[in-house]
Ligand binder design. Structure first.
Ligand code: FES
Length: 128
């Protein structure tokens, strides 16, 4: 049912945990199943994601999706990272069963929220 890559990321998820003082935090919930994901980012002066961590209270597919997403976006500029869509994430994992496609939304949504949070904090610091 799952590709070897999904199983690998599920068993050995990369970048699990939290960043103590992150530049941005995003939380997303999956309305279909009630699972949740929290994502932390640190961003450098060029707006590249230099560090990313996640915690998820979700199914195996959600764990694999979150893990691969962190690997796909680390080192990318925020704008480039936000262009990655759910299908690309699923493709990178060697595909997800159709009933599990909704699980791939979680990571993408949490990333968007973390970027929003980062931008809000940045504006607040700049006094805008
Ligand atoms: S079943 Fe909830 S995220 Fe997969």
């Amino acid at each position: 049912m799952y590709s070897d890559k999904v199983m690998d990321h599920f068993r050995n998820p990369r970048n699990v945990g939290e960043i103590t003082e992150p530049d941005g935090v995003g939380m997303a919930g999956n309305p279909v199943c009630g699972d949740m994901m929290e994502l932390f980012i640190n961003v450098d002066e060029e707006e590249r994601i230099e560090e990313i961590k996640f915690r998820t209270f979700g199914c195996g597919a959600a764990i694999a999706v979150s893990s691969i997403l962190t690997e796909m976006v680390v080192g990318l500029k925020i704008e480039e990272a936000l262009k990655i869509d759910n299908k690309q994430i699923a493709d990178e994992l060697g595909g997800l069963p159709p009933v599990k496609m909704h699980c791939s939304m979680l990571g993408r949504e949490a990333l968007e929220k973390a970027v929003e949070d980062y931008r809000k904090k940045k504006m607040a610091t700049a006094g805008v």
